[in-house]
Design a binder for this molecule. Structure first.
Ligand SMILES: C[S@@+](CC[C@H](N)C(=O)[O-])C[C@H]1O[C@@H](n2cnc3c(N)ncnc32)[C@H](O)[C@@H]1O
Length: 264
């Protein structure tokens, strides 16, 4: 999995028709959800699967104090360079979201965007990641997770989602995937193709990984079991984001009878 994103990091922006426009749009929508939940801020945000910085850079440019982390060192190196090139303040580190290297209660928001969590293939991996996210969030802090509409995919079992086309100076780049569903109907192997113009022919780049097509019900159950409350799904029709977005809260500890008593 790490190899997949190490290999893809250099070409990741080619998945988007216009990566900068997508960064701006994603940050605007996520920022709206975030501020609706926590107030105007600015807020301390951990993007724990930042990739090359698609959401982290826009949120940092929007004024939040963002820390970006990802499992892929090639992706984090590029995120740092892309942030610097745009004048964004973005500390970046390489880390596994199942073992977040941050102290308790350091962040107001933990974000994992654009289908990163489905790379955790077993329940215990998802549980470890969510336990860490809960730990680094302050009381009442906000978890934000975005992922594909797998409810639909689990019904229809697509084998090839629609291709994406981006325009470069050298010509059009075509990105498409082939999905190979496992017998369990929940996991699938993914072949990721990029056709990059190469003079009069194509350079074909193929990378492979595996994902767990978690339904919204499954993720809700994991998030609730991890100790979060107020689990809410923001669907594309209402949020304007291209994927369903889950938000949830780290609950504040219950006030004890003693804490409510006036000081003597
Ligand atoms: C589809 S990409 C999304 C990246 C970024 N959020 C974006 O939208 O450009 C998924 C990311 O999850 C990261 N990832 C997968 N497993 C991870 C883990 N265990 N810990 C941290 N990052 C992980 C990958 O390295 C990859 O950068």
């Amino acid at each position: 999995m790490r190899d997949f994103y190490d290999q893809l990091a250099h070409d990741y922006h080619l998945i988007f028709r216009d990566w900068d426009a997508s960064m701006a749009y994603q940050a605007e929508v996520l920022d709206g959800i975030l501020r609706a939940g926590l107030g105007t801020g600015p807020h301390r945000v951990l993007d724990c699967s930042c990739g090359i910085g698609t959401q982290a850079i826009g949120l940092a440019l929007g004024g939040h104090r963002v820390v970006a982390a990802d499992l892929s060192p090639v992706a984090t190196a590029r995120a740092a360079a892309e942030a610097a090139a745009r004048g964004a303040v973005l500390p970046v580190t390489t880390a596994d979201m199942r073992q977040l290297p941050f102290g308790p209660s350091c962040f107001d928001v933990v974000l994992s965007a654009d289908n990163a969590l489905p790379h955790l293939l077993r329940a215990e991996d998802v549980q470890a990641a969510l336990a860490g996210m809960l730990r680094v969030l302050r009381d009442d802090g906000l978890l934000m997770v975005t992922l594909r509409d797998y409810d639909e995919a689990r019904r229809t079992r697509p084998t090839a989602p629609p291709p994406q086309v981006s325009q470069t100076r050298e010509g059009r780049v075509v990105t498409f995937q082939l999905w190979h569903w496992h017998q369990d109907g929940e996991h699938y192997d993914l072949e990721h193709f990029q056709l990059v113009p190469d003079g009069r022919s194509w350079d074909v780049r193929v990378r492979r990984t595996t994902s767990w097509a978690l339904t919204r019900g499954q993720l809700t159950d994991f998030v609730t079991a991890a100790g979060f409350t107020d689990v809410t799904w923001h669907l594309p029709d209402s949020s304007g984001f291209h994927q369903p977005v889950l938000t949830a809260r780290r609950p504040a500890p219950p006030r004890t009878a003693g804490s409510a008593r006036p000081a003597p």
